[in-house]
Design a protein around this ligand. Sequence first.
Ligand code: AP5
Ligand code: MG
Length: 190
Amino acid sequence: MKYYILFGPPGAGKGTQAAAMVEKYNLHHISTGELLRKEIAAGSELGLKAKSLIDAGALVPDEVVEGMIESEFRTVKGVSGFLLDGFPRTTAQAEALGKILGKTGESVTSVVSIMIPDDMIRERIRHRASIEGRADDAREETINNRIKTYHDKTEPLVEFYKAEGRYREVDGTGTIEQVRQAIFDLMDRL
Ligand code: AP5
Ligand code: MG
């Protein structure tokens, strides 16, 4: 099994590019953000707990998302691998992922990182707010907190995976098609 991490700040285009990647490489897409939004929509206990954190632009507890990921790995069959979008987001989550995969003698195949600057994050999220109506896209304060949370807690993973020799980056500032092509070129070389 291949285990790709699709990395990048909020609004970088992870969800957008994941759709094309799963089709081309026969992967199962796991977006922890989408899984959490489903829990919120279903009104589950987990969803209720997650909602206030997500609306504040904070992270939900590591154990919550780690459990979600492990259960997807166990239940999804018939694919060449998994595409993790929005996970891991903390060093503790990256270490937990290593342990989960280690149980079956596996490891992260590669990190594909889509990079854009902070002003473009704001632009993209503002644009999406008018289309998708995501609760965490609605308020400026939430968006600022998401950006801060990314820099404080998630960006250190760049060095974490560089040290493991698994980090690859594409320029996310081009058009959707340009970024997709850059990702395909990178994946084909892996
Ligand atoms: P999550 O859903 O993962 O949100 P995110 O990381 O903030 O990323 P986004 O989904 O906002 O951006 P994206 O990169 O997918 O961009 P998209 O393709 O949509 O997480 C939400 C929350 O859940 C977190 O804040 C946290 O609270 C919680 N959570 C999730 N995972 C967690 C974890 N592991 N641990 C703890 N908590 C967790 O693109 C954005 C917009 O730009 C779209 O409108 C798109 O059409 C457009 N666009 C995309 N690419 C381009 C391009 N090249 N040019 C122009 N426009 C583009
Ligand atoms: Mg997304």
